[in-house]
Each structure stands twice: as structure tokens, then as C-alpha cells.
Design a protein around this ligand. Sequence first.
Ligand SMILES: Nc1ncnc2c1ncn2[C@@H]1O[C@H](COP(=O)(O)OP(=O)(O)OP(=O)(O)O)[C@@H](O)[C@H]1O
Length: 122
Amino acid sequence: MKKVIRSFGYAFKGIGYAFKTQLNFRIHSVATLIAAAMGFWLRISTAEWLWIILCIAIVLLTELLNTAIETLTDLVSPQYNEKAGHVKDVSAAAVVVSAVFALIVGMMIFLPKLCLLFCHAA
Ligand SMILES: Nc1ncnc2c1ncn2[C@@H]1O[C@H](COP(=O)(O)OP(=O)(O)OP(=O)(O)O)[C@@H](O)[C@H]1O
């Protein structure tokens, strides 16, 4: 049991490291809070919550993996190396793909509800 608790500690240390060192991770954390707040505010359905939670998980996961890959690349190739550059570029591309996916899903869920709300108010 102690080992499991220690593993969680390491995982939280990793999240802390990503949060401290990566501006993008902080931006995506704020976006997560905004999406969750909008979900409660606009009373989205259970199915919609599942999509939003999936998006949050995918974006934060890719951001964490990107941080790990970047850190490892800096460790094994501190000098300029074309392949190291490709590794970082591909890893960054994975984050962009997940963020675009999340943006599209977020727009499909929130935009019609926001439109309905503000069209009614106007
Ligand atoms: N060792 C290297 N060799 C070749 N190209 C590199 C190397 N390190 C970085 N690059 C290039 O510079 C780009 C930016 O690298 P950098 O490590 O600054 O990534 P970043 O996404 O800006 O990281 P951070 O979020 O930590 O600022 C990479 O995507 C890659 O194209």
C-alpha cells in the first residue's frame, strides 16, 4: 500500500513539474477549469460531460507526454541534432492535434447553447 501511495506522489510531482515549467500546460489547465465551469453553468447532459472529460484527459495527457519527451530529448541531445528537432516537433504536433480536437468538440457542445441563451436574451 505504501508503494502505491509513493507512486501517486511521484505522479503528482510530475504534474507539478509540468505545471511549473510548461506555459502550455498552465494554459490548458485554465482551459479545463473554464470548460468545467461552462459545463455546470450551461447544464450540459451526461453524454456531453463525457465528451468534455475525454477532451480534457486527451489534452492534458498529450501535454504531459510532450513535456516528458522534450525533457528526455534535452537530456540525450543537449546539442543541436536534426533528429532531436524532429522528435520535439512531432511531439508538439500531437498536442496541437489534441487541442484542435478539444476545440471542435467544445464549440459543438457550447456554441449552440450560448447562442440559444444570448439570442433569447436579446
Ligand atoms: N536539440 C535540438 N536539436 C534540434 N532542434 C531542436 C533541439 N531542441 C529544440 N529544437 C527545435 O526547437 C523547437 C523548440 O524547442 P524547445 O525545446 O524550445 O520546445 P518548446 O516547445 O518551445 O519547449 P518549452 O515548452 O519547454 O519552451 C523544437 O520543436 C525543435 O524544432
